[in-house]
Structures are given as C-alpha cells and as structure tokens.
Design a protein around this ligand. Structure first.
Ligand SMILES: [Zn+2]
Length: 83
C-alpha cells in the first residue's frame, strides 16, 4: 500500500470504517485521513449517520404519544379530504 488517493479511498474508507481492513492498510489510511480534509469530513459524516439512526430508533414511541399522533394525523387527513 503506497499512496492512497481519495477516489479509491472512499471504497477503502467504507472498509476502514467497518474495521475489516488489515492493520497495515488501516495505518496507511489513518495517515491519509489525518492529512486530508475531504476524507476527514467523509469519516466524520459516516460516523455521525449511524448514531443519528440509532438515536431515532432507540426509543419506541410511547403508546399514548403514538395514539395522539395517529388521532392528529387522522383528523388532519379527514379535514383535508372534506375540502
Ligand atoms: Zn482523502
């Protein structure tokens, strides 16, 4: 593994972030990412995304909130339809 460019790096970065790369490739990518704004931004946004998804799905909707939300949506839908 000599030089890593961003074009090939994106695919590598996916593996890098999944943690499935051999240690030497990983080390080379660490070095590249540390000195590359594009890859740093990519890594940060990639890492942020699953966290956001987890946050959104971590807590089930409380039953009463779900019920009032459905009632609200039903009322809105009916109001819309009656127009
Ligand atoms: Zn890069």
């Amino acid at each position: 593994m000599n030089e890593i460019v961003c074009a090939t790096g994106v695919e590598l970065l996916m593996d890098y972030l999944e943690g499935v790369l051999p240690a030497d490739v990983r080390a080379a990518l660490d070095e590249h990412v540390a000195g590359c704004l594009r890859c740093t931004a990519f890594v940060e946004s990639y890492r942020a995304t699953p966290r956001i998804l987890r946050d959104a799905t971590a807590a089930p909707l409380p039953a009463d909130l779900e019920a009032s939300l459905k009632a609200f949506l039903r009322a809105r839908t009916n109001a819309f339809r009656s127009r």
